[in-house]
Write a protein that binds this ligand. Structure first.
Ligand code: ZN
Length: 324
Protein backbone atom coordinates (compact mmCIF):
# COMPACT_ATOMS: atom_id res chain seq x y z
CA UNK A 1 0.00 0.00 0.00
CA UNK A 2 1.13 3.53 -0.55
CA UNK A 3 2.20 5.75 2.28
CA UNK A 4 -0.68 8.08 1.60
CA UNK A 5 -3.38 5.42 2.07
CA UNK A 6 -5.47 6.17 5.18
CA UNK A 7 -5.00 4.14 8.33
CA UNK A 8 -6.66 3.15 11.57
CA UNK A 9 -5.01 3.65 14.92
CA UNK A 10 -5.18 0.87 17.51
CA UNK A 11 -4.10 1.61 21.07
CA UNK A 12 -3.51 -0.92 23.83
CA UNK A 13 -3.49 0.80 27.22
CA UNK A 14 -2.23 -1.35 30.07
CA UNK A 15 -1.25 -0.58 33.65
CA UNK A 16 2.43 -0.25 32.74
CA UNK A 17 2.77 0.30 28.99
CA UNK A 18 0.76 1.88 26.24
CA UNK A 19 1.21 0.57 22.69
CA UNK A 20 -0.11 2.09 19.51
CA UNK A 21 -0.18 0.75 15.97
CA UNK A 22 -0.98 2.10 12.52
CA UNK A 23 -3.12 -0.55 10.84
CA UNK A 24 -4.40 -0.73 7.27
CA UNK A 25 -8.13 -1.32 6.70
CA UNK A 26 -7.13 -4.86 5.66
CA UNK A 27 -5.57 -5.49 9.05
CA UNK A 28 -1.85 -5.20 8.32
CA UNK A 29 0.15 -3.71 11.14
CA UNK A 30 2.22 -1.05 9.34
CA UNK A 31 3.98 0.59 12.23
CA UNK A 32 3.90 0.40 15.99
CA UNK A 33 5.50 1.88 19.05
CA UNK A 34 5.18 1.73 22.83
CA UNK A 35 6.02 3.77 25.88
CA UNK A 36 5.53 3.69 29.64
CA UNK A 37 2.19 5.14 30.67
CA UNK A 38 3.40 6.34 34.11
CA UNK A 39 -0.17 6.50 35.35
CA UNK A 40 0.82 8.17 38.61
CA UNK A 41 1.71 11.35 36.74
CA UNK A 42 -1.99 11.73 36.13
CA UNK A 43 -4.44 11.27 33.29
CA UNK A 44 -3.63 14.60 31.59
CA UNK A 45 -0.01 13.63 31.13
CA UNK A 46 -1.17 10.16 30.03
CA UNK A 47 -3.40 11.55 27.30
CA UNK A 48 -0.48 13.69 26.07
CA UNK A 49 1.74 10.60 25.88
CA UNK A 50 -0.90 8.70 23.95
CA UNK A 51 -1.40 11.58 21.51
CA UNK A 52 2.37 11.76 20.92
CA UNK A 53 2.43 8.00 20.30
CA UNK A 54 -0.39 8.32 17.77
CA UNK A 55 1.57 10.99 15.89
CA UNK A 56 4.65 8.78 15.88
CA UNK A 57 2.97 5.71 14.40
CA UNK A 58 0.72 7.65 12.01
CA UNK A 59 3.84 9.27 10.52
CA UNK A 60 1.78 11.80 8.57
CA UNK A 61 -0.75 9.38 7.11
CA UNK A 62 -4.46 10.21 7.19
CA UNK A 63 -6.23 8.65 10.20
CA UNK A 64 -9.78 7.30 9.69
CA UNK A 65 -10.61 6.43 13.31
CA UNK A 66 -8.97 5.59 16.63
CA UNK A 67 -9.70 2.53 18.78
CA UNK A 68 -8.49 2.06 22.35
CA UNK A 69 -8.45 -1.18 24.29
CA UNK A 70 -7.91 -0.33 27.94
CA UNK A 71 -7.45 -2.25 31.12
CA UNK A 72 -10.88 -2.14 32.76
CA UNK A 73 -13.19 -1.16 34.30
CA UNK A 74 -14.22 1.25 31.59
CA UNK A 75 -17.46 3.07 30.80
CA UNK A 76 -17.84 2.52 27.06
CA UNK A 77 -20.89 4.71 26.65
CA UNK A 78 -19.11 7.74 28.08
CA UNK A 79 -15.69 6.81 26.72
CA UNK A 80 -14.28 7.01 30.24
CA UNK A 81 -11.68 4.97 32.09
CA UNK A 82 -12.54 4.13 35.70
CA UNK A 83 -9.52 2.22 36.73
CA UNK A 84 -7.74 3.38 39.86
CA UNK A 85 -6.71 -0.28 40.46
CA UNK A 86 -4.03 -0.61 37.79
CA UNK A 87 -3.98 3.03 36.59
CA UNK A 88 -3.62 4.98 39.83
CA UNK A 89 -5.39 8.39 39.69
CA UNK A 90 -7.34 7.34 36.56
CA UNK A 91 -10.84 7.53 37.92
CA UNK A 92 -13.60 8.71 35.59
CA UNK A 93 -11.15 9.93 32.97
CA UNK A 94 -12.57 10.98 29.60
CA UNK A 95 -10.07 9.58 27.14
CA UNK A 96 -12.05 9.59 23.90
CA UNK A 97 -13.03 13.26 23.92
CA UNK A 98 -9.49 14.71 23.91
CA UNK A 99 -8.15 12.21 21.34
CA UNK A 100 -11.15 12.56 19.05
CA UNK A 101 -10.90 16.36 19.16
CA UNK A 102 -7.17 16.49 18.72
CA UNK A 103 -7.16 14.29 15.61
CA UNK A 104 -10.60 15.23 14.29
CA UNK A 105 -11.72 11.60 13.92
CA UNK A 106 -14.19 9.27 15.64
CA UNK A 107 -12.80 7.21 18.52
CA UNK A 108 -14.02 4.16 20.43
CA UNK A 109 -13.12 2.63 23.78
CA UNK A 110 -13.16 -1.11 24.49
CA UNK A 111 -12.09 -3.35 27.34
CA UNK A 112 -8.61 -4.76 26.64
CA UNK A 113 -9.77 -8.39 26.75
CA UNK A 114 -12.46 -7.56 24.17
CA UNK A 115 -9.90 -5.82 21.97
CA UNK A 116 -7.49 -8.78 22.14
CA UNK A 117 -10.31 -11.19 21.22
CA UNK A 118 -11.36 -9.03 18.29
CA UNK A 119 -7.72 -8.92 17.16
CA UNK A 120 -7.36 -12.73 17.25
CA UNK A 121 -10.69 -13.00 15.41
CA UNK A 122 -9.55 -10.55 12.70
CA UNK A 123 -5.98 -11.68 12.09
CA UNK A 124 -5.02 -14.44 14.55
CA UNK A 125 -5.90 -17.89 15.90
CA UNK A 126 -9.65 -17.28 15.79
CA UNK A 127 -9.72 -15.87 12.28
CA UNK A 128 -13.25 -15.72 10.88
CA UNK A 129 -14.72 -18.08 13.51
CA UNK A 130 -18.44 -17.57 14.19
CA UNK A 131 -18.29 -18.07 17.97
CA UNK A 132 -14.96 -17.22 19.56
CA UNK A 133 -14.10 -17.15 23.26
CA UNK A 134 -10.78 -15.73 24.32
CA UNK A 135 -9.00 -15.99 27.63
CA UNK A 136 -6.02 -13.72 28.35
CA UNK A 137 -3.82 -14.86 31.23
CA UNK A 138 -1.43 -12.20 32.52
CA UNK A 139 -1.66 -9.92 35.54
CA UNK A 140 -5.33 -10.89 35.58
CA UNK A 141 -7.47 -13.29 33.58
CA UNK A 142 -9.39 -11.51 30.85
CA UNK A 143 -12.34 -13.10 29.10
CA UNK A 144 -14.23 -12.07 25.99
CA UNK A 145 -16.61 -13.43 23.40
CA UNK A 146 -16.73 -12.45 19.74
CA UNK A 147 -19.95 -13.59 18.06
CA UNK A 148 -20.40 -13.10 14.30
CA UNK A 149 -17.45 -10.70 14.34
CA UNK A 150 -18.93 -8.52 17.08
CA UNK A 151 -17.88 -8.21 20.69
CA UNK A 152 -20.52 -9.72 22.98
CA UNK A 153 -21.82 -7.18 25.47
CA UNK A 154 -23.69 -7.75 28.69
CA UNK A 155 -26.48 -5.75 30.24
CA UNK A 156 -26.08 -2.01 29.80
CA UNK A 157 -23.24 -2.73 27.39
CA UNK A 158 -20.94 -3.80 30.21
CA UNK A 159 -18.15 -6.32 29.86
CA UNK A 160 -18.58 -9.72 31.56
CA UNK A 161 -15.70 -10.87 33.77
CA UNK A 162 -15.21 -14.57 33.19
CA UNK A 163 -11.82 -14.39 34.89
CA UNK A 164 -13.71 -14.03 38.16
CA UNK A 165 -15.78 -17.19 37.77
CA UNK A 166 -15.58 -19.02 41.09
CA UNK A 167 -13.67 -22.28 40.76
CA UNK A 168 -13.00 -23.01 44.42
CA UNK A 169 -15.31 -21.68 47.17
CA UNK A 170 -12.50 -22.36 49.67
CA UNK A 171 -9.86 -20.70 47.51
CA UNK A 172 -7.94 -17.49 48.18
CA UNK A 173 -9.79 -14.19 48.54
CA UNK A 174 -9.80 -12.09 45.37
CA UNK A 175 -9.86 -8.27 45.27
CA UNK A 176 -13.33 -8.51 43.70
CA UNK A 177 -14.65 -9.88 46.99
CA UNK A 178 -15.06 -13.51 45.89
CA UNK A 179 -13.12 -16.57 46.95
CA UNK A 180 -11.29 -18.87 44.56
CA UNK A 181 -11.87 -16.87 41.39
CA UNK A 182 -10.11 -18.26 38.31
CA UNK A 183 -7.87 -15.19 38.41
CA UNK A 184 -7.03 -15.52 42.11
CA UNK A 185 -5.96 -19.14 41.44
CA UNK A 186 -4.12 -18.95 38.14
CA UNK A 187 -3.23 -15.43 36.93
CA UNK A 188 0.42 -14.30 37.03
CA UNK A 189 0.45 -12.90 40.59
CA UNK A 190 -1.32 -15.99 41.99
CA UNK A 191 1.19 -18.25 40.24
CA UNK A 192 4.12 -16.29 41.67
CA UNK A 193 2.57 -16.36 45.15
CA UNK A 194 2.05 -20.13 45.12
CA UNK A 195 5.39 -20.98 43.52
CA UNK A 196 7.26 -18.88 46.06
CA UNK A 197 5.46 -20.66 48.91
CA UNK A 198 6.28 -24.04 47.35
CA UNK A 199 9.93 -23.10 46.79
CA UNK A 200 10.25 -22.40 50.52
CA UNK A 201 9.24 -26.00 51.21
CA UNK A 202 11.35 -27.95 48.75
CA UNK A 203 14.45 -27.57 46.57
CA UNK A 204 13.89 -26.46 42.99
CA UNK A 205 15.93 -25.16 40.07
CA UNK A 206 13.49 -22.27 39.95
CA UNK A 207 15.47 -20.70 42.79
CA UNK A 208 18.73 -20.78 40.78
CA UNK A 209 16.95 -19.44 37.70
CA UNK A 210 15.62 -16.58 39.84
CA UNK A 211 19.18 -15.69 40.88
CA UNK A 212 18.66 -17.19 44.34
CA UNK A 213 15.89 -14.69 45.18
CA UNK A 214 12.64 -16.49 46.03
CA UNK A 215 10.60 -13.32 45.43
CA UNK A 216 11.71 -13.34 41.80
CA UNK A 217 10.16 -16.74 41.08
CA UNK A 218 7.24 -16.26 38.70
CA UNK A 219 5.39 -17.95 35.83
CA UNK A 220 8.25 -17.28 33.39
CA UNK A 221 10.80 -18.85 35.75
CA UNK A 222 8.48 -21.82 36.24
CA UNK A 223 8.23 -22.33 32.47
CA UNK A 224 11.99 -22.21 32.06
CA UNK A 225 12.52 -24.68 34.93
CA UNK A 226 9.80 -27.02 33.62
CA UNK A 227 11.61 -27.20 30.28
CA UNK A 228 14.75 -28.24 32.18
CA UNK A 229 12.77 -31.04 33.85
CA UNK A 230 12.50 -29.50 37.33
CA UNK A 231 10.05 -31.66 39.33
CA UNK A 232 8.37 -28.84 41.26
CA UNK A 233 7.95 -26.69 38.15
CA UNK A 234 6.44 -29.64 36.26
CA UNK A 235 4.10 -30.38 39.16
CA UNK A 236 2.90 -26.77 39.05
CA UNK A 237 2.45 -26.58 35.29
CA UNK A 238 0.28 -29.70 35.53
CA UNK A 239 -1.68 -28.26 38.45
CA UNK A 240 -2.22 -24.97 36.64
CA UNK A 241 -3.19 -26.83 33.49
CA UNK A 242 -6.01 -28.43 35.50
CA UNK A 243 -7.21 -25.02 36.69
CA UNK A 244 -7.15 -23.65 33.13
CA UNK A 245 -8.96 -26.83 32.08
CA UNK A 246 -11.73 -26.20 34.62
CA UNK A 247 -12.24 -22.66 33.36
CA UNK A 248 -12.20 -23.85 29.76
CA UNK A 249 -14.72 -26.59 30.64
CA UNK A 250 -17.07 -24.00 32.15
CA UNK A 251 -16.81 -21.85 29.03
CA UNK A 252 -17.58 -24.91 26.89
CA UNK A 253 -20.62 -25.72 29.02
CA UNK A 254 -21.94 -22.16 29.08
CA UNK A 255 -21.16 -21.02 25.55
CA UNK A 256 -20.10 -24.01 23.41
CA UNK A 257 -18.02 -21.78 21.15
CA UNK A 258 -16.30 -22.95 17.96
CA UNK A 259 -12.91 -21.99 19.36
CA UNK A 260 -11.36 -20.96 22.66
CA UNK A 261 -8.13 -19.03 22.19
CA UNK A 262 -5.75 -18.62 25.14
CA UNK A 263 -3.32 -15.70 25.09
CA UNK A 264 -1.49 -13.31 27.39
CA UNK A 265 2.01 -13.48 28.87
CA UNK A 266 1.49 -16.67 30.89
CA UNK A 267 0.11 -18.49 27.82
CA UNK A 268 3.39 -18.04 25.97
CA UNK A 269 3.94 -21.42 27.66
CA UNK A 270 0.61 -22.82 26.38
CA UNK A 271 2.36 -26.08 25.41
CA UNK A 272 3.38 -26.73 29.03
CA UNK A 273 -0.23 -26.55 30.28
CA UNK A 274 -1.81 -28.12 27.23
CA UNK A 275 -1.96 -31.83 28.13
CA UNK A 276 -3.39 -31.40 31.61
CA UNK A 277 -5.72 -28.59 30.45
CA UNK A 278 -7.15 -30.70 27.63
CA UNK A 279 -7.50 -33.79 29.84
CA UNK A 280 -9.37 -31.82 32.54
CA UNK A 281 -11.63 -30.08 30.03
CA UNK A 282 -12.46 -33.39 28.33
CA UNK A 283 -13.28 -35.12 31.64
CA UNK A 284 -15.57 -32.36 32.78
CA UNK A 285 -17.73 -31.91 29.72
CA UNK A 286 -19.09 -35.22 28.43
CA UNK A 287 -22.65 -33.98 27.93
CA UNK A 288 -22.00 -31.48 25.14
CA UNK A 289 -20.00 -32.04 21.93
CA UNK A 290 -16.87 -30.62 23.57
CA UNK A 291 -14.65 -32.38 21.06
CA UNK A 292 -15.84 -29.94 18.42
CA UNK A 293 -14.52 -26.97 20.38
CA UNK A 294 -11.00 -26.05 19.30
CA UNK A 295 -8.67 -25.05 22.13
CA UNK A 296 -5.87 -22.95 20.64
CA UNK A 297 -2.91 -20.80 21.58
CA UNK A 298 -3.20 -17.15 20.55
CA UNK A 299 -1.09 -16.13 17.55
CA UNK A 300 -0.70 -12.37 17.73
CA UNK A 301 1.12 -12.03 21.04
CA UNK A 302 1.36 -8.43 22.21
CA UNK A 303 -0.15 -7.11 18.98
CA UNK A 304 -3.61 -8.66 19.55
CA UNK A 305 -4.86 -5.66 21.52
CA UNK A 306 -3.56 -3.12 19.02
CA UNK A 307 -5.06 -4.97 16.04
CA UNK A 308 -8.38 -5.52 17.83
CA UNK A 309 -8.62 -1.86 18.83
CA UNK A 310 -7.91 -0.92 15.20
CA UNK A 311 -10.68 -3.30 14.08
CA UNK A 312 -13.11 -1.67 16.52
CA UNK A 313 -12.09 1.68 15.00
CA UNK A 314 -12.75 0.32 11.49
CA UNK A 315 -16.21 -0.90 12.52
CA UNK A 316 -16.96 2.50 14.05
CA UNK A 317 -15.78 4.30 10.91
CA UNK A 318 -18.04 2.12 8.74
CA UNK A 319 -21.00 2.47 11.11
CA UNK A 320 -20.71 6.21 10.69
CA UNK A 321 -21.57 5.73 7.04
CA UNK A 322 -18.22 5.44 5.35
CA UNK A 323 -18.13 2.40 3.06
CA UNK A 324 -15.16 2.58 0.81
ZN1 ZN B 1 -12.33 -12.21 41.62
Amino acid sequence: MSRSEPILIGIDLGGTNVRAGAVSPQGELLNWSETLIEARRGPQAGVERIAALVNTVAAGRQILAIGIGATGPIDRERGAIQNPYTLPTWEDVDILGPLSQRFGVPAILENDADAAALGEWWRGAGQGVKRLAMVTVGTGIGYALVLDGKIYRGTGGWHPEGGHMRLDPNGPLCYCGGNGCWESLAAGPAIARDLQAAARQQPTRMLDLAGGVIEKIDAAVMAEAARLGDALALEWTARLGKIYGLGVANIILLVLPDSIVLGGGVMRSFDLFEASMRATAAQTVPIVPAGQVKILAAQLGQQAGVLGAARAALDLYQEKGHHD
